[in-house]
Design a protein around this ligand. Structure first.
Ligand code: G6P
Length: 369
């Protein structure tokens, strides 16, 4: 097992550090930025289904559901196809409206999650076209779907999903770009820019990993907190949810992810000097608004851990701790802002002496309801 961990203390840390190379594996042969090409075999074969779809319904559970939420932003933004994201467990039992004009995307690392599989079967029975995004080759979901794309992240052993998440987002981003190009909903210059920037993501993830020592220090300060709040807006709202989930899963600290602007409708009541608030405050359309959220937290003495764009100064002056991530277009930021949140949950769990790779009560693959 020590050999399999490749010199890392835990599989989770190894998998966090694998992200630059597995993201490359995910787009290898599929993304040719210089030539303006992005193509996924499973999508090309059925592209008309997507182009003629009334809407896309994404079904998934857990971390894969968070990847689906990121996809909702990028698909609607770039392709203008309406998207709904559903917990598979809710979708399957709520008598949903599904027709042959719908395309369903099922996202699953293991390809074995019982609720996701049941949602796929339901969608198929109503005539929808079902596309799978799985990591495990030959898994049940990859066989039960009409078509799909693998993430090529390699085996993920840590129960808390890390590299599966970022590679799922990579596949979904490539799909959105391909469809936007085919639909003519993206300008050529924006398309070429995204392709080039996506190709740079592995280097930027590598750079984000350099914050590990700083994150270790922050972890030592906050490891005994009872609660954490995670805030983000736009593309980084799902990242806030995922950051909170990671912390809950492996450190057993209660954490909530929230869209930053919703803070005033409830969570703000919880903020006092004992509440660490992780805020994703990168340079984006919503930057100023997030900065004002930070001021509100500070006024209530909350402790602010901010994930900021490299070179940011405004947030640095207000936050208790800042973690920098490199610049990339907003639609690609989840791929880098996720990294420090993975490391934060990892180090807190290690300091609390928890079983990082196999947290209590959780399973890697949930094959029962
Ligand atoms: C379990 C795992 C999570 C995972 C979820 C969905 O809860 O512990 O890490 O996100 O199932 O799994 P899937 O294999 O369908 O992505």
């Amino acid at each position: 097992e020590q050999i399999e961990k490749g010199g890392f203390d835990h599989f989770m840390l190894k998998e966090i550090y694998e992200q630059p190379s597995v993201i490359k594996d995910t787009y290898r042969g599929r993304l040719l930025a210089d030539q303006g090409i992005v193509r996924l075999g499973g999508l090309e074969d059925h592209i008309e289904k997507f182009l003629n779809a009334d809407r896309i319904i994404i079904v998934a559970c857990g971390t894969s559901w968070h990847a689906g939420l990121v996809a909702e932003y990028i698909f609607e933004d770039l392709t203008r196809i309406p998207v709904e994201v559903e917990y598979a467990s809710e979708f399957r039992y709520r008598n949903p409206i599904i027709s042959e004009k719908d395309v369903v995307i099922a996202i699953s690392q293991s390809g074995e999650t019982a609720d996701t599989l049941a949602a796929i079967k339901l969608a198929k029975s109503k005539g929808a076209f079902v596309f799978g995004i799985c990591n495990v080759v030959g898994s049940t979901i990859s066989r039960e779907t009409h078509s799909g794309s693998y993430t090529h992240a390699g085996p993920e052993i840590g129960v808390a999903s890390t590299k599966a998440f970022t590679t799922q987002i990579t596949v979904l981003t490539m799909m959105a770009l391909r469809l936007a190009k085919a639909k003519g909903t993206i300008s050529n210059s924006a398309y070429m820019l995204y392709l080039r920037e996506l190709e740079l993501i592995p280097d930027q993830v590598q750079e984000a990993l350099l914050s590990e020592d700083k994150i270790k220090e922050i972890s030592a300060v906050f490891k005994d907190a009872r609660n954490f709040l995670y805030l983000g807006r736009g593309y980084n709202f799902p990242v806030a949810l995922e950051g909170a989930l990671k912390l809950k899963e492996i450190s057993y600290i209660h954490a909530e992810g929230y869209p930053a602007a919703e803070m005033k409708h409830g969570p703000i009541a919880l903020i006092d000097e004992h509440m660490p608030v992780v805020v994703i405050a990168i340079k984006s359309e919503h930057y100023e608004k997030v900065v004002s959220n930070i001021q509100e937290i500070k006024a209530r003495k909350g402790k602010i851990i901010a994930v900021v764009s490299k070179g940011d100064t405004a947030v640095r002056d207000m936050a208790d701790y800042v973690i920098e991530v490199p610049h990339t277009p907003e639609a690609l930021t989840p791929l880098v802002t996720t990294i420090p949140l993975q490391l934060l949950s990892y180090h807190i769990a290690v300091l609390l002496d928890k079983n990082v790779d196999q947290p209590r009560n959780l399973a890697k693959s949930v094959t029962v309801e």
